[in-house]
Design a protein around this ligand. Sequence first.
Ligand code: SF4
Length: 275
Amino acid sequence: MFKTPRSFSYSSASLFKQCPRRWKHKYIDKLPDPTGEAALVGTFAHDVLEQLCEQEPALRTEAKAKEIAGKNWTKFAENTDFKKLELDEESQRAFRWKTWEAVQGLWHLEDPTKVAVEATEQKLSTSLSGVPFFGIVDRLDRNKDGLTVVDYKTGKVRNDNIDQVLLYSAAVTSQTGEQPSKARLFYLGNKEITPQIIETDVSEDLIDKVVEDLSDTWKKLNADLDSEEFEPMPTPLCGWCSFIEECTDGIEFIKKRASSGKLRSDAPARSALGL
Ligand code: SF4
């Protein structure tokens, strides 16, 4: 019987729902799971925007963001996961450009000098229907209707991501006693993706729904921890799973996709399995 985790985040719950075996490899076996290039672009952009929004409103300009990005770069380039990408000079330039496109996306969505930022990178640690939830909210804004939960995204628009900001809204309510009025996802965009905001009003019904879903996932996780059986659930995402070499079901699934021409050319599983 494996030990119950001390806390459960939205990303941990999402990973378990996607594939319990992948969750086990990451959180129980603690196998290496390096952050990929796309996620590192997001990390860099998040850090710049966090520091930008900590400035006085009038100072939240693109020039200031550029200055922060420049200062942050040297330290970031020493990051182990970034070094593992082994990017040559040209690819590093392309990487920096992608991070800048993401940061600049903010000005397509709002004028940050006019936003009343209440907190950045707000840690949330609270019990939601008995689940020890932990999360970090990118930004909490205050406007005339109350609090708004904001999360930045650097990837493609995914409608289920709204559950993440609703869950953060539930945690803010539980932790502070104040229910946010809005939950917003800022898709910062890039050359291919148009920047956009997806948002919802926060209601008790929506909060109850996401908390119930979290609680169901938590129960299923605890059943797997008791039985020590974590079922593999092969999907096209196996192509991006760091643990593919450990997983016979995943290997079989990916090989079938490759032979039917369905495996994307940029799937890391190609090189991991020599396809
Ligand atoms: S390869 Fe696929 S089935 Fe196997 S652990 Fe990874 S995601 Fe799950």
